[in-house]
Ligand binder design. Structure first.
Ligand SMILES: C[S@@+](CC[C@H](N)C(=O)[O-])C[C@H]1O[C@@H](n2cnc3c(N)ncnc32)[C@H](O)[C@@H]1O
Length: 209
C-alpha cells in the first residue's frame, strides 16, 4: 500500500498509533477550514449540536465554546476516535456539556427533531450511502435546524490531478458542487446554499430542514 493510500485509509477510519498521528494533524489542519465554514451560521448560546465524524474532537470543543449554555454531541464510527475526542473534551464531558459516542451516520442514536445544528467536517466523502445518510441527518434536525457540510475537496478542473490521485488511492467520493447540492435538495433540505473558496478547493453547504 502506498503512503498516500495508508494516510487516506486512516482519514476514512483513524485507528491505532498511525490513526492518532493523523487525528492530531487533522485537529490542527482542519481548524481554519472549519472556522471558514462555521462563520456562515449563527450559533445561539443554548443550541444543541451534533458533529458527525468528530475525529479528534476539536470541532466539538469549538462548538461547545460557542454555545456555553448548550450541549454538543459528537459521534464517530471509530472507537479510537471516540476515545481521543473524549480525552480532548474531558473537562466539558465532566460538566455535562459534551457527549461523545460510537455510532455510524447510517443510524444516528438520537430521537427525531433533536438538534439545532449538525456539522459534517471532512467526512462525507467516506459515508457509505450519502443519499440515505443525509436523510438520516435530516431526521435528527429540528425544523429550521441547519446542516453544515465543510469539505476541503470538491471536483474541479484546477485540482483534478491531485483529486484523481486521492480517488485512485482510496474509495473516497469526491462530489461536484452541483451534485451534492442536488442530493441535498432531493433529500428534502430547504434553502441549500453553497460557498466555494476556489483557490483552496474548499466548499461549504448550509442547508435547512
Ligand atoms: C477525515 S476525518 C475528519 C475528522 C474531523 N471531522 C476533522 O475535521 O478533523 C473523517 C472522520 O469521519 C469518520 N467517519 C467516516 N465515516 C463515518 C461514518 N459512516 N459514521 C461516522 N463517522 C464516520 C472517520 O472515522 C473520521 O474520524
Amino acid at each position: 500500500m502506498s503512503e498516500l493510500a495508508r494516510r487516506l485509509n486512516q482519514c476514512k477510519k483513524p485507528v491505532g498509533d498511525q490513526g492518532k498521528v493523523v487525528v492530531d494533524d487533522m485537529n490542527e489542519r482542519h481548524y481554519e477550514l472549519t472556522g471558514w465554514g462555521l462563520d456562515k451560521i449563527k450559533i445561539d448560546k443554548a443550541y444543541k449540536m451534533l458533529d458527525i465524524g468528530c475525529g479528534g474532537g476539536r470541532t466539538v470543543n469549538r462548538l461547545s465554546k460557542a454555545a456555553e449554555e448548550g450541549e454538543v454531541y459528537g459521534i464517530d464510527y471509530s472507537s479510537d476516535c471516540v476515545r481521543w475526542a473524549s480525552e480532548y473534551n474531558k473537562e466539558l464531558i465532566k460538566e455535562g456539556r459534551v457527549h461523545i459516542s460510537e455510532a455510524s451516520v447510517e443510524k444516528l442514536p438520537f430521537e427525531d427533531n433533536k438538534f439545532d445544528v449538525v456539522t459534517a467536517v471532512e467526512t462525507i466523502y467516506f459515508w457509505p450511502n450519502v443519499e440515505e445518510n443525509i436523510k438520516e441527518v435530516n431526521r435528527v434536525l429540528k425544523k429550521g435546524g441547519k446542516f453544515i457540510i465543510i469539505n476541503e475537496i470538491y471536483d474541479d478542473d484546477k485540482f483534478r490531478e491531485r483529486n484523481n490521485e486521492f480517488a485512485k488511492n482510496s474509495n473516497m467520493k469526491i462530489y461536484s458542487p452541483e451534485k451534492l447540492k442536488s442530493l441535498l435538495k432531493n433529500a428534502g433540505y430547504l434553502n441549500v446554499e453553497m460557498e466555494i473558496k476556489e483557490e483552496n478547493n474548499w466548499i461549504c453547504y448550509v442547508s435547512e430542514k
